[in-house]
Structures are given as structure tokens and as C-alpha cells.
Design a protein around this ligand. Structure first.
Ligand SMILES: C[S@@+](CC[C@H](N)C(=O)[O-])C[C@H]1O[C@@H](n2cnc3c(N)ncnc32)[C@H](O)[C@@H]1O
Length: 332
């Protein structure tokens, strides 16, 4: 049996995002595919490969630029499984479409932000009637659940589209897991420590003395702290996610922890794209001051970030990051 979408299901809807040009932010993000720390997807891939059967349909919720989908398709081989990438970012989705536009096993859905209701569209609002009545066999969310400001509503929608025997695979490096060894990092928490180390360097190293006075401007620094926390959200504990899953009608079937090796130079490469979020106080973030940072300021931010990272990680080549994997099923 080969894989077929439901008869009336449209893989690519004629929406404006699908014909936009490719965008730099998405192309930049996509380079993480080649980073060693993106081995965080390996465990999820193995879990899903062991679970799916020919003809199944999976939702890659927050599938972004399609890094997981590519790895899954490569591993499925002749096992025909359909994957629908659902994402709130039209730019990321556009890049995913570029990669898979001729792949009959792939489909795409943009969940829009509905301004009047101040909420994102729900998964059940974008799949179409025929697929809703069939239901989906699995939902996967990688590196994203910590970003859901509407977690309960998101989980309710997942439950409503999942077949009764379906399964949910969640993973993130930004969940505080009591099982993590003391020497592993929550990956986004490195940012706060890099920021503190950078302040120390600015105080001591005359190469950065032009930024020193601002360190004593409490209002300026607290505005930049708020901006940093928008880019890198405060990390919530594992129990928070398990509680929500249980209260939205899921049974937790497994919680796993993995140590993921992250190369310092690759983590630097990733963070350098978000230099305004990490070290925006160096020269002032445009989102706060309204002024675009000069090339010299950006160069200083990047140099400082690299120096701070070398100090934070003691000059090491890599550090251990803690990833958490949650598997669950809808309660019958
Ligand atoms: C860090 S990326 C992860 C992308 C991909 N799953 C991966 O592992 O590479 C986070 C993704 O979550 C999406 N996202 C952010 N907030 C979201 C929300 N509230 N609901 C659904 N998706 C969201 C982003 O657009 C982005 O594609």
C-alpha cells in the first residue's frame, strides 16, 4: 500500500506566505541542521521510526524549516508516512516548502495570529474536515514547547485531532529536569551567564570601556534585561509540562533525559544571530533606543560574546546540554 492523503486534503494551500521570497532569518536558523547539538533530534527520530506504520499521518507541530521532517523522511525509506509541518512562522514555513515542494509525503499549514482574538489559530482550525474526521496518528514538537504562550489551548487542539491510539512526542532543551546531572546546561540559560560574564569583561577590559558607564544605568540595563527575556524565555520545570499534559487529557508514557554535546563555536554561531537579545546593552538595542547599531558596535558585541563564552565554558571545546523527551498518549 502506498501513502495517500485524504481525497479533499490540499497539501499546500494558496496562501501568500507560500510565494514570498526566502528570508535571511529562516536561512540562518536552518544552519543549525549542521550543528552537532542538533543530534538532539536523534532520539526523537528513533522513537518515531519505531512507532509509525505505513499510511500514517504525522503532525510536525512547530516544524519550522523542516529539519526534523527531512531526517524522518530519510529514515522512513519506503515506509510511506505523510508529514504535515504546522508552524506560526510564515518565513520558516516558506523555507520548508522550498525543500519539500515536490515531496508527495509532505504538507504545510500556517497557523496565523488572530489579532482581534489575540490568539494563534488552533491545529484543528487548519487541517480541514476530512483529515479531522480521520484524525492523525502522531504529533511531534521539537525544540518548541517552551515557546507556547497558549500551552493549554495548544494541547487541547492536539488531543482533538489525535486518533484514540495516537501518540505525542515532545522534546526540548529548555525544560528544567530534576534528573539532569549538575554539570549539564539548560541551553538558553547559558545566555544569562554569558551576559553576566560580558559585564565583568566590560568593567575590566579597556577595549570595551566605552560601554562601561551604561552598566550603572539601572533603567537602561533593566530594559535590556526585559528584552533578553523576550528572546530567551525563563525556563519552566518539567512538572509544569507534565501537569498541563495530564490536565488536558494525556497519559505520560515516558520521560527521558539525554546529554547533548554542544560545541562552543557552534553555539556562538547560533547566538551571534541574536546579538541584540544577548548583549543588546552593548551600544543599545534598536528595539529600545530606536537607533540602528553601527557595524563597530555589532563587532564589539560579537567579540565580547565570544570572550565571555570562552570564560563561561573555561576555554572548553564543548559543553553538555540537557534535553528532555516526553512521550504521551490521549487518555481514553
Ligand atoms: C526553535 S524552533 C524549532 C523548529 C524545529 N521544530 C526544530 O526542532 O528545528 C521553534 C519553532 O516554534 C515555532 N513557534 C514559536 N511559537 C509557537 C507557538 N506559540 N505555537 C506554535 N509554534 C510556535 C517557531 O515558529 C519555530 O518554527
Amino acid at each position: 500500500m502506498s501513502f495517500d492523503w485524504p481525497e479533499t486534503f490540499v497539501q499546500i494551500l494558496p496562501e501568500s506566505w507560500a510565494s514570498e521570497p526566502l528570508e535571511e532569518l529562516a536561512l540562518n536558523y536552518d544552519t543549525v541542521e549542521n550543528h552537532g547539538w542538533y543530534s538532539n533530534l536523534d532520539y526523537t527520530v528513533e522513537e518515531i521510526v519505531g512507532y509509525v506504520r505505513k499510511g500514517d499521518i504525522l503532525i510536525d507541530y512547530s516544524g519550522g524549516t523542516g529539519i526534523l521532517a527531512k531526517r524522518l523522511l530519510d529514515r522512513f525509506g519506503s515506509k510511506d508516512v505523510g508529514i504535515i509541518i504546522v508552524d506560526s512562522s510564515p518565513k520558516f514555513l516558506r523555507l520548508a516548502l522550498e525543500k519539500f515542494k515536490d515531496e508527495r509525503r509532505m504538507a504545510f499549514r500556517h497557523i496565523r495570529f488572530i489579532r482581534e482574538e489575540r490568539r494563534l489559530e488552533r491545529l484543528d482550525e487548519v487541517l480541514g474536515d476530512e483529515l479531522l474526521s480521520r484524525g492523525v496518528d502522531g504529533i511531534v514538537s521539537t525544540n518548541a514547547i517552551h515557546l507556547y504562550f497558549d500551552l493549554s489551548e495548544t494541547l487541547q487542539a492536539w488531543k482533538s485531532v489525535l486518533r484514540p491510539w495516537g501518540r505525542v512526542f515532545i522534546q526540548s532543551g529548555n525544560i528544567k529536569n530534576p534528573d539532569s546531572p549538575y554539570d549539564e546546561w539548560i541551553i538558553d540559560e547559558t545566555v544569562e551567564v554569558i551576559h553576566s560574564k560580558a559585564m565583568e569583561i566590560v568593567r575590566e577590559d579597556d577595549a570595551f570601556k566605552r560601554y562601561r558607564d551604561r552598566l550603572n544605568d539601572a533603567d537602561y540595563m533593566s530594559q535590556h534585561e526585559a528584552l533578553r527575556r523576550k528572546y530567551f524565555l525563563p525556563v519552566k520545570p518539567l512538572e509544569h509540562y507534565l501537569d498541563r499534559l495530564r490536565s488536558e487529557g494525556f497519559d505520560i508514557t515516558a520521560v527521558q533525559h539525554q546529554r547533548i554535546a554542544a560545541r562552543v563555536d557552534e553555539w556562538y554561531e547560533f547566538l551571534s544571530v541574536y546579538h541584540e537579545g544577548v548583549l543588546g546593552w552593548v551600544g543599545g538595542a534598536e528595539k529600545i533606543t530606536g537607533a540602528t547599531a553601527s557595524d563597530d558596535v555589532i563587532k564589539d558585541r560579537l567579540n565580547l560574546m565570544r570572550l565571555a563564552m570562552d570564560k563561561v565554558f573555561g576555554g572548553a571545546f564543548e559543553f553538555g546540554a540537557s534535553w528532555t523527551y516526553i512521550t504521551c498518549e490521549p487518555r481514553s
